[in-house]
Design a protein around this ligand. Structure first.
Ligand SMILES: Cc1cc2nc3c(=O)[nH]c(=O)nc-3n(C[C@H](O)[C@H](O)[C@H](O)COP(=O)(O)OP(=O)(O)OC[C@H]3O[C@@H](n4cnc5c(N)ncnc54)[C@H](O)[C@@H]3O)c2cc1C
Length: 352
C-alpha cells in the first residue's frame, strides 16, 4: 500500500485548487478522477464577474475571493508555463433607458465604485450589435480558460505521479480508525470534490444540493471581432479564437445530454441583439453543483473525521475555489475554523 496524506476524489476546479494548496504545504496527495469529457468545470464559460447583473450588487465575498483567485491563477501559470486567466471587460448592453439609469445610479453607491464603470459607451459595431441605449462595463472582471488549465494541471499531476484516472467506487473503500484504504493507497483522509456526483456518494448524499443543468455553445461569427464579453440576457465571450454563448439554467432535467431546445434558445436570445452569421462549432452540457442556500459545502463528515467534502461552488467555481481551498487547508493543517456560512455543519445543527 502506498501511504499518502490526502486522497482527493475529483479533478474539477474544486479538486485541482485543493490538491495544489495541499502540495504547497508539503503534503502528499493522490487525485483520482474518472476523466469524463464533459464536466461542469471543463465546459464552464470561466467568467469571473464580480457583479450580480440582476440587482447590480457585488457578488458574495468578492472583496476577498477575487484578488485571491487572480493571484492563485498567476501562480498556476508560472507553475505550468502557460496563460489561463485573462482580464476581460464584461459589457452590459442596456435594454432600455430605465436599465441605463439604474446602472448610473448604482455607480454612486460606494460599495460599487470598484466594480461598475460610470461611462456609457458605444464600443461595438452597431451594424452587428443593436444597442441603442449604449453599454457600460464591469471593472476587474476576467475569465479563466478552465478546460486548458485543468488539462495543464492534470499533466503536471501525471508527471509527478499524483494522478490516477479511475472511478472511485464507494464500495471499494475500507475505513479504519485513523486511515482509509482504497485501491493501492492508504490515506489519512479522503476529500470528496465530486461536483454534482456527490448526490450518489453514500457519505454525503444528504447535503442539500439544488442542482442546475447548463448548456453552452461554441460558435463562430462571420464578421464580429470583439475583445470583450457582452451580456444581454445571454453571455457572448471570446474564447480560443471562437466565442462561447451561454448559458442555460434548467433545474428539472438533470442529465448531461445536449438538447436542441437549449441550442435554439441560446441562438434566439443572441439573434435578438446581434445580426451576424452564426456557425455553431460545438455544444456542451454540464451540471452545476448548486446548493439550496447558494453557499459552498465544506467540512468533515459528522461520524467520521477522515472523510471530508469540498463542493457546492455553484455558478461561481472559478472565483470561489482558490480562496475556499485555502480555508480548508488552513482548517486541516492549522486548526483555523471554517467559516460557518460554508461549513456543512450548518445543515446538522451542531458543530463538527
Ligand atoms: C454551462 C455552465 C457554465 C458555467 N459558467 C461558469 C462561469 O462562467 N464562471 C464560473 O465561475 N463558473 C461557471 N460554471 C460553474 C462551474 O463550472 C462550477 O462552479 C465548477 O465547475 C464546480 O467544480 P467542481 O470541481 O466542484 O465540480 P466538477 O466540475 O463537476 O468536477 C468534479 C470532478 O469529479 C470527478 N468525479 C466525480 N465523481 C467521481 C468519482 N466517484 N470517481 C472519480 N471521479 C469523480 C468528475 O469526473 C469531475 O472531473 C458553469 C457551469 C456550467 C455547467
Amino acid at each position: 500500500m502506498k501511504k499518502i496524506d490526502y486522497l482527493i476524489v475529483g479533478q474539477g476546479i474544486a479538486g485541482s485548487t485543493l490538491a495544489h494548496s495541499l502540495l504547497q504545504e508539503g503534503k502528499s496527495v493522490m487525485v483520482v478522477d474518472e476523466d469524463k469529457d464533459s464536466t461542469s468545470s471543463k465546459i464552464a464559460a470561466g467568467l469571473c464577474n464580480p457583479v450580480v447583473f440582476k440587482r447590480l450588487t457585488k457578488s458574495w465575498m468578492i472583496d476577498k475571493v477575487l484578488e485571491y483567485a487572480k493571484e492563485y491563477y498567476r501562480h498556476q501559470e508560472q507553475l505550468l508555463g502557460d496563460q489561463y486567466y485573462f482580464d476581460l471587460p464584461i459589457y452590459k448592453l442596456f435594454a432600455n433607458e430605465k436599465e441605463q439609469k439604474f446602472w448610473l445610479q448604482k455607480c454612486n453607491d460606494p460599495e460599487m465604485i470598484d466594480w461598475l464603470s460610470s461611462e456609457i459607451e458605444y464600443p461595438f459595431d452597431s451594424n452587428l450589435i443593436q444597442y441603442p441605449f449604449g453599454a457600460a462595463h464591469v471593472q476587474n472582471s476576467g475569465y479563466l480558460n478552465t478546460e486548458n488549465w485543468l488539462a495543464g494541471f492534470k499533466n503536471y499531476l501525471i508527471e509527478k505521479q499524483y494522478y490516477l484516472a479511475s472511478k472511485f467506487n464507494y464500495n471499494e473503500v475500507n475505513i479504519e480508525e485513523d486511515s482509509i484504504s482504497w485501491n493501492t493507497y492508504r490515506a489519512n483522509k479522503v476529500i470528496f470534490c465530486e461536483g454534482y456526483n456527490t448526490i450518489n456518494n453514500p457519505y454525503f448524499n444528504w447535503l442539500p444540493f439544488k442542482l442546475t443543468k447548463g448548456e453552452v455553445l461554441t460558435v463562430n461569427f462571420e464578421n464580429l471581432n470583439m475583445q470583450a464579453a457582452i451580456n444581454k440576457g445571454v453571455f457572448v465571450l471570446p474564447h480560443d479564437g471562437n466565442y462561447k454563448l451561454g448559458a442555460t439554467y434548467d433545474w428539472d432535467k438533470l442529465d448531461e445530454e445536449i438538447t436542441e431546445e437549449a441550442r435554439i434558445n441560446l441562438l434566439n436570445r443572441t439573434e435578438k441583439f446581434l445580426s451576424d452569421e452564426i456557425v455553431v462549432v460545438s455544444q456542451k452540457a454540464g451540471i452545476r453543483p448548486t446548493v439550496i442556500d447558494r453557499r459552498p459545502l465544506i467540512g468533515v463528515h459528522p461520524d467520521n473525521s477522515n472523510l471530508l467534502v469540498f463542493n457546492g461552488l455553484g455558478t461561481k467555481g472559478v472565483m470561489l475555489a482558490p480562496y475556499f481551498a485555502n480555508r480548508l487547508v488552513e482548517f486541516l493543517l492549522h486548526n483555523e475554523p471554517l467559516p460557518d456560512e460554508v461549513n456543512i455543519s450548518r445543515f446538522l445543527g451542531k458543530d463538527i
